[in-house]
Design a protein around this ligand. Structure first.
Ligand code: 4AD
Ligand code: MG
Length: 432
């Protein structure tokens, strides 16, 4: 942005002045002697009104010929306008076409999702997508701020890893010179090391799952924020999770009301996201699903429909805790009260969304952990460093991971995770 131009989001401070805006033409409507140009610059959209009577003929003609998404530099006088979403309008005085845009593929008419995904690099300019990604920005910032304010140290985990964290079925294998490496599924194992170093730590980065499932809840590459807390039990971590989710939702409501309005999000539903969140056991969840006539069996994991049905009857996120150990990862600590169960928890978002957080207490006993690694048929040598954490000052510790796109999809009230990340990686989609 050049020094003399003004961003649309700060136009309100320039009422009565002449300003220059550098952006793109979002849309245009002709009204005979007037042209209404919707100009966007990434920070907002402002209507610029060009009047045939008041402009040199060549400027008015240029306005009437400007095409969707051509790059423009406009100069005009800022006028207050209470009806306008930005609160202001521009009386256009000059328009320069910085560069052309011919036959822009995404027109105001309806397009199918495959077409829009093929044009994701352009689709993100559209108002809805733009709003979602701005909320994503605030959500990410809110996660970091909450944790930083609580004394967590951000210590990111590597992306190339020698071992599996979340089971071997969804591992992406790659070459690492003359060794095999895997793309990380979760930074958790490294977080356990950093939590022992810093007490409270978190990693925040992309994670990868070779999920063969094609659902609205699964991405191949997604972002996860994963806090880990030394000396925390399952009960403690559930309190951390609910406080965290309450805080980040509150920040989004506070800072992104206009974007939530563009999406038509029911803000009252988000305002109900207040601690404490209800807690039900896996056993209780099983009972509820059976009562509702679902063919769910104790000992299996919830499918998408099970989660959706479970969310009925809750007006805010809720925990399901103590899943069967057999369906959880090797590092989960067993419930001392019932060895079939693990000290695990998921947080499910209401309104049918389902799991947004997974977490729990980690096995902290050396011998037990060795046994679990064997049971899960994982290569012991790859976990030697991890076992060190149980050799040298092992303590109870717990943590969780929240998928950013899962949380964002729910907060925005959108249907599918593919809209919650700038460039989604899906089962059949590696491009653009
Ligand atoms: O439940 P998950 O698999 O848990 C872990 O990875 C733990 N190691 C985290 C931890 O305790 N540090 O994944 C955590 C979250 C899920 O609740 C979900 O929000 C998200 O990651 N997630 C996905 N998001 C998008 N696409 C996928 N394929 C996802 N798989 C998990
Ligand atoms: Mg999970």
């Amino acid at each position: 942005m050049s020094s003399e131009s003004v961003r649309i989001e700060s136009l309100k401070q320039h009422v009565g002045q002449d300003v220059t805006i550098e952006g793109w033409l979002y849309n245009r409507r002709s009204g005979g002697k007037l042209e209404f140009l919707q100009v966007r610059d990434g920070s907002g959209v402002v209507q610029c009104v060009a009047s045939k009577a008041e402009l040199p003929e060549e400027v008015f003609t240029r306005c009437g010929a400007a095409t969707q998404e051509c790059a423009v530099r406009v100069r005009g006088a800022v006028r207050e306008d209470r009806r306008a979403p930005s609160g202001v309008e521009l009386t256009l005085k000059d328009l320069e076409i910085v560069s052309e845009s011919r036959d822009y593929p995404i027109t105001p008419k309806e397009h199918g999702t495959p077409f829009l995904l093929d044009h994701r690099h352009l689709w993100i300019r559209s108002q809805r997508q733009h709003a979602i990604l701005r909320i994503r920005h605030t959500l990410v910032d809110a996660c970091r701020r909450f944790l930083n304010d609580e004394g967590f140290i951000n210590a990111d985990a590597p992306i190339f890893t020698p071992n599996a964290c979340e089971g071997t079925t969804t591992l992406f294998e790659t070459e690492y010179f003359d060794e095999k490496a895997y793309l990380t599924q979760s930074g958790q194992l490294y977080n356990e090391a950093t939590a022992a170093a810093f007490g409270r730590s978190y990693c925040f980065g992309p994670t990868f799952r070779a999920e063969k499932s094609k659902t609205r809840r699964h991405l191949i590459e997604f972002w996860m924020v994963e806090p880990e807390i030394a000396y925390a039990t399952l009960d403690d971590v559930m309190v951390w999770i609910e406080r965290f989710v309450e805080a980040i939702v509150a920040r989004v409501i506070e800072e992104r009301r206009p974007e939530l309005a563009i999406l038509g999000r029911d803000i009252a539903a988000l305002e109900r996201v207040r601690v404490p969140f209800p807690r039900i056991s896996y056993d209780e969840a099983t009972r509820r699903l059976k009562e509702k006539g679902l063919p769910f069996e104790w000992g299996t994991d919830f499918g998408g429909t099970d989660e959706t049905v479970l969310t009925e009857g809750f007006d805010r996120p809720f925990f399901v805790h103590r899943f069967p150990a057999a369906i959880k990862a090797f590092y989960m600590k067993r419930d001392p009260a019932d060895d079939r169960l693990s000290l695990s928890c998921d947080l499910l978002a209401p309104e049918g969304y389902g799991e947004i957080v997974g977490g729990g207490e980690r096995e902290d006993d050396y011998d037990t952990l060795v046994e679990r690694i064997r049971e899960h048929q994982l290569p012991m040598e790859a976990f030697e460093w991890y076992l060190d954490l149980r050799r040298y000052g092992s303590v109870p510790h717990s943590g969780f991971g929240m998928g950013i796109e899962r949380a964002l999809t729910w907060i925005c009230g959108v249907e599918h995770l593919r809209e919650a990340i700038p460039f989604p990686r899906l089962l059949n989609r590696l491009r653009p």
